[in-house]
Design a protein around this ligand. Structure first.
Ligand SMILES: Cc1cc2nc3c(=O)[nH]c(=O)nc-3n(C[C@H](O)[C@H](O)[C@H](O)COP(=O)(O)O)c2cc1C
Ligand SMILES: CCCCCCC(=O)C(=O)O
Length: 366
C-alpha cells in the first residue's frame, strides 16, 4: 500500500534509469531552492478545530471561469513519456477523471491535440517562446483550435538553469521521445539538438530577449487568457498585470532555474499583496501533502500545481499511478480541511495557521 507522495517518489526511483531520475528530481546549482520549497512547509503549523460538525468539505474552486474539483492542478512538465509510455495522455485521463486541470508543456512528448482528445477537465498550454516567432505563433493558435482554455507563459527560463546532475550524467532525452508539439516546426538539425542536449538547445532556440510585450502577442495569436509562470516578487507581479495577464503562477521552476531564489511559499504573501485580488494567484514548488495545499491557500494562493509527484505516479503505474497520486492529495486536502474546520475552500484563510512561534511563546509562559 502506498500512503504518501514521498513513498511514490521512492518507488519511482526504482523504476527509472538513474539519469532520468536525476533529470526529474534535480535542481540547479547546489539545489538550495529545490530543498527550500519543501522545507518551507515544515516551518508552518495548522490550528485544529474541535468538533467541526462535518467530515466531508466541498473542495471545488473556480479558476478563470473553469470549475476544478480541488484547488489543485498538474504543473507543466516536459516529456511525460520519460516516466511512462502513457505519457501526457495518461496524465490527462487521470486528471480529467478527478476533475483536475492539466498544464501541458511546450516540450510534451505527445502532441497537444492528442492530449486534448484524452482530456475531460480544463487544459492549459505552457508556452516557451522561440527565436523563430512563427513557431511560437503556431503553438498559440493550435492551442486555441484544440480547445485549450489558457496559455501559461513561463517567464523564468530564457535558458535552462545549470543542473549539475544532468551535466555530470551527460543527460540526453532518449531518441524515441520527441518534443511532439515541435517536430514539424523545428528543422531536422534542431530536432537532433534538442534531444542531444536540452540545455544547449534552450540557449540556441529560446527567444533570448523576451519582454512583457509578448503577453499581448500571445493573446492576439490565440484569443486566450495568458498567465505568467515564474513570478517571485511583487514588482514582477505588477509588471505582469500591467502587461495584461489573467493570472499569475508563483514558481521558481521547482528549483531548476535560479539556485538561491526563495522558496515559493516564502514569497507568496508578497505577490498576493501586490496583486490585490486583480487576478488569481497560483503557486507551485514542493507541494507534497494535502496539508501543504491548505497552507498555500492560507497564504493567499487560489490553487496549487504539482510537478514531480505526477511523474512519480506515472513511473510507478502509468495512468493509474498518476491518478493515485492526485487522488491521494485530494483525500489529504479534504481531511485537512475537515480537521481544521473549513467546510469550503473560501473558508481557508490565515486563521488556519498556527505559527511555530506561538508554541514557543506558550512553552515560555511561567
Ligand atoms: C522534469 C521537469 C520538467 C519540467 N518542465 C517544465 C516545462 O516544460 N515548462 C515549465 O514551465 N516548467 C517545467 N517544469 C517546472 C514545473 O512546471 C514546476 O514549476 C515544478 O516542477 C514545481 O515543483 P514540484 O516539482 O516541486 O511540484 C518542469 C519540472 C520538472 C521536474
Ligand atoms: C530544450 C528542452 C527544454 C525542456 C525544458 C523542460 C523544463 O522546463 C525543465 O525544467 O526541465
Amino acid at each position: 500500500m502506498t500512503l504518501s507522495l514521498d513513498e511514490y517518489a521512492t518507488l519511482a526511483r526504482r523504476e527509472l534509469p538513474e539519469d532520468v531520475w536525476d533529470f526529474i528530481a534535480g535542481g540547479a546549482g547546489r539545489e538550495r531552492t529545490l530543498a527550500a520549497n519543501e522545507a518551507a512547509y515544515d516551518t508552518v503549523c495548522l490550528r485544529p478545530k474541535a468538533l467541526p460538525g462535518f467530515t466531508e468539505p466541498d473542495t471545488h474552486v473556480r479558476v478563470l471561469g473553469g470549475r476544478w474539483a480541488a484547488p489543485l492542478g498538474v504543473a507543466p512538465v516536459a516529456y511525460h513519456e520519460l516516466a511512462h509510455r502513457d505519457g501526457e495522455s495518461g496524465t490527462a485521463r487521470a486528471a480529467g477523471a478527478l476533475g483536475l486541470p492539466l498544464v501541458v508543456s511546450t516540450f510534451a512528448s505527445q502532441s497537444l491535440e492528442r492530449v486534448a482528445r484524452e482530456a475531460s477537465a480544463p487544459l492549459w498550454l505552457q508556452m516557451y517562446c522561440f527565436r523563430d516567432e512563427e513557431v511560437t505563433r503556431s503553438l498559440a493558435g493550435r492551442a486555441a483550435a484544440a480547445g485549450y482554455e489558457a496559455l501559461v507563459l513561463t517567464v523564468d527560463t530564457p535558458f535552462m538553469g545549470r543542473r549539475l546532475r544532468d551535466l555530470r550524467n551527460g543527460f540526453q532525452v532518449p531518441p524515441h521521445i520527441v518534443p511532439a508539439n515541435l517536430v514539424e516546426g523545428l528543422a531536422e538539425g534542431a530536432r537532433a539538438d534538442v534531444a542531444a542536449s536540452p540545455a544547449a538547445h534552450s540557449r540556441t532556440a529560446f527567444h533570448p530577449a523576451l519582454d512583457w510585450s509578448v503577453v499581448a502577442r500571445l493573446r492576439e495569436w490565440s484569443g486566450l487568457p495568458v498567465l505568467a509562470k515564474g513570478v517571485l516578487s511583487g514588482d514582477d507581479a505588477r509588471a505582469a498585470l500591467d502587461a495584461g495577464v489573467a493570472g499569475i503562477i508563483v514558481s521558481n521552476h521547482g528549483g531548476r532555474q535560479l539556485d538561491g531564489a526563495p522558496a515559493t511559499l516564502e514569497v507568496l504573501p508578497e505577490v498576493v499583496a501586490a496583486v490585490a485580488g486583480r487576478c488569481p494567484v497560483l503557486m507551485d514548488g514542493g507541494v507534497r501533502r494535502g496539508s501543504d495545499i491548505v497552507v498555500a491557500l492560507a497564504f493567499g494562493a487560489t490553487a496549487v500545481l504539482v510537478g514531480r509527484p505526477v511523474l512519480h505516479g506515472l513511473a510507478v503505474d502509468g495512468t493509474a499511478g498518476a491518478h493515485a497520486v492526485l487522488s491521494l492529495l485530494m483525500r489529504e486536502l479534504a481531511d485537512t480541511m475537515a480537521l481544521t474546520g473549513r467546510a469550503t475552500v473560501d473558508a481557508v484563510d490565515v486563521s488556519v495557521l498556527a505559527p511555530r512561534a506561538m508554541h514557543l511563546r506558550h512553552l515560555e509562559l511561567p
